[in-house]
Design a protein around this ligand. Structure first.
Ligand code: CTP
Ligand code: K
Ligand code: MG
Length: 181
């Protein structure tokens, strides 16, 4: 595959993992997952991880995967390249995994004394990628290994932190997020 085709393939394959956290920012609120409970004097997860945000984020990523699967042939033909499609389990795995990775990061932030909204450079940019890739693999192993070949994984690990910084910066400037990370 040409490099540019690999990049397009990788970004398309990761879209169901990129959307959930952004949808959660827009849709979040309500009851926190940890219900306010603490562990070792600190919140288990904090008020930034809610049931509604997690549910709507996961649903948004899964629905997007279904839409991408429908449009892959037409868009691929227009771009003159192949694009991945998503079995339901794969889309669900990527979307839920992205939310789970972000929740795991909040757990680690609270354990290391960071308040809600505090930055944790590196973790903030990669938590949802690691979560999405692990859950995508568990949910649909043969689809995953066919879709995320080594070159595709390299593109994902390089491009995602860059995209994350840009989208969160935009969300911050638009007043949608309290911090630009
Ligand atoms: N959000 C949510 N549920 C999630 C993830 C995010 O409701 N599972 C919403 C919350 O309103 C949250 C906002 O999206 O405040 C921004 O997400 P994020 O930056 O991940 O959370 P923070 O508030 O910064 O909290 P933390 O320090 O735990 O990351
Ligand atoms: K986060
Ligand atoms: Mg934050």
């Amino acid at each position: 595959m040409e490099t540019v085709d690999t990049v397009v393939w990788a970004l398309w394959a990761m879209l169901p993992a990129y959307i959930p956290n952004n949808a959660a920012v827009l849709a979040g609120g309500g009851r926190p997952i940890d219900s306010g409970r603490t562990w070792g004097g600190r919140r288990i997860l904090g008020d930034g991880k809610t049931w509604r945000g997690t549910l709507i984020g996961t649903a948004a990523g899964t629905l997007l995967a279904l839409g991408l699967t429908q449009s892959a042939p037409a868009v691929g033909a227009a771009l003159g390249t192949d694009l991945p499609t998503f079995p339901l389990r794969a889309g669900l795995g990527l979307a839920f995994g992205a939310m789970l990775g972000d929740i795991g990061a909040s757990f680690l932030k609270r354990r290391t004394g960071r308040e809600r909204g505090a930055a944790f450079p590196g973790l903030d940019q990669l938590d949802f990628v690691v979560g999405a890739l692990l859950c995508g693999f568990v949910a649909a192993p043969s689809w995953f290994t066919a879709t995320f070949t080594l070159p595709v994984l390299v593109v994902v690990l390089v491009a995602t932190p860059v995209l994350h910084v840009v989208t969160n910066g935009i969300a911050y400037l638009l007043g949608l997020k309290n911090e630009p990370w």
